[in-house]
Write a protein that binds this ligand. Structure first.
Ligand SMILES: NC(=O)c1ccc[n+]([C@@H]2O[C@H](COP(=O)([O-])OP(=O)(O)OC[C@H]3O[C@@H](n4cnc5c(N)ncnc54)[C@H](O)[C@@H]3O)[C@@H](O)[C@H]2O)c1
Length: 332
């Protein structure tokens, strides 16, 4: 069994506790949370686990293999340092940190300790993501050259089941949401960002103190040009998601975060839809990521979503912020 200590018992931890609980070779041996009410509630659901207010405190009383960080991204230094000095592997929820400098420090700390550090980029594991990536094969649509990614959501951050810390972040959309989108673009296009111009702002009706909107022009290696619009203050309760990629032979079009993928060759009248596997969003993708992570610990495969790779997506977030505040194009 791979023994996990889950640190931070808020919204995201519920998915992980379920997935870990259902996994044949994983167990939850520790629970860490600074809020006593939340700690008590989670401990009731996992009565066998050792609980406490800090990772160090829990690790004094139980042996473990992995620290799964479901804490807010800011201020994880102590959690990372404690996990590293105890020799635990780390699976940290995205974003690894709320600044590139902190994320680089975490990656360096883990590397010095010889501890694997993976990031919870579960969207890479959705059936739609895998299917989209395959469409760019030379014998299908061919290489992408440009595209448009729009994510327009009214995210009511006051809802009880949602985390609260983004309400006061300076750039909540970028650090919390666009980070997934930037990672997805890098992953499916197999390309790295080279140049970003961007504008971030906050519409008058936004619930967020920081900027809920970002518009960006992103140039990737291999000459791929992307137009990105993301918002948590889209002013309609219905979600708008559209990711269209223009390739040598035609277009790929994803119209839902979790599915609705189609493609068309230039002269096609209709879009051809792509059959996707049945899956439970949030759960099956987390499960697949966990499988790869555990396989890696068992010496059976590469580390999925390494922290060092994630730094590139975080640099895109930072480049958007710099580009907007300085009114300049940022070269990565
Ligand atoms: N991959 C995804 O799809 C996805 C989805 C949602 C959230 N997340 C990420 O998961 C992380 C947590 O988000 P959330 O929605 O669960 O937030 P949350 O605010 O609901 O939960 C965070 C919990 O951590 C606790 N905490 C804070 N500091 C702590 C510390 N030092 N030690 C122990 N506990 C501490 C808080 O009290 C809170 O209960 C964030 O990085 C977020 O971006 C990822």
């Amino acid at each position: 069994m791979t023994r996990f200590v889950v640190v931070g018992l808020g919204a995201r931890s519920r998915i992980w506790l379920r997935v870990l609980g259902e996994h044949p070779s994983c167990s939850v041996v520790g629970l860490v949370e600074t809020d006593p009410g939340r700690l008590a509630e989670a401990s009731e659901a996992s009565p066998g686990a050792t609980n406490g207010g800090t990772l160090a405190d829990v690790l004094e009383r139980v042996e473990a293999d992995v620290a799964l960080l479901c804490t807010p991204p800011g201020g994880r230094h102590e959690q990372i340092a404690t996990a590293c000095s105890a020799g635990l592997a780390i699976l940290a929820e995205k974003p690894l940190a709320d600044s590139v400098a902190d994320a680089e420090a975490h990656v360096a700390t883990a590397a010095e300790a010889g501890v694997p550090l993976a990031v919870g980029l579960n969207f890479r594991y959705l059936g739609v993501t895998r299917a989209l990536k395959k469409l760019f094969a030379p014998d299908r649509l061919g290489p992408p050259e440009f595209g448009r990614f729009t994510y327009e959501r009214w995210r009511d951050g006051r809802l009880a089941h949602l985390n609260k810390y983004p309400l006061t972040m300076q750039q909540p959309m970028l650090w919390e949401q666009s980070i997934h989108h930037f990672d997805l673009m890098r992953f499916v296009y197999d390309a790295e960002p080279v140049r970003i111009s961007a504008r971030t702002f906050n519409p008058s009706w936004s619930l967020y103190e920081g900027h809920a909107n970002v518009g960006a022009l992103i140039s990737f290696s291999d000459g791929i040009e992307m137009t990105y619009q993301g918002t948590w203050a889209g002013n309609w309760q219905h979600m708008g998601f559209e990711w269209r990629t223009e390739c040598r032979e035609g277009v790929a079009l994803q119209r839902d975060m979790f599915g609705d993928l189609g493609y068309a060759l230039r002269d096609d009248e209709e879009l051809t839809s792509v059959t996707l596997p049945a899956e439970e969003p949030w759960v099956d993708d987390a499960r697949a990521l966990l499988d790869d992570f555990v396989d890696h610990l068992d010496g059976k495969g590469p580390l999925p979503c390494p922290g060092s790779d994630h730094l590139q997506s975080l640099r895109m977030v930072d480049a958007c912020i710099q580009a907007s505040s300085r009114g300049e194009t940022i070269y990565l």
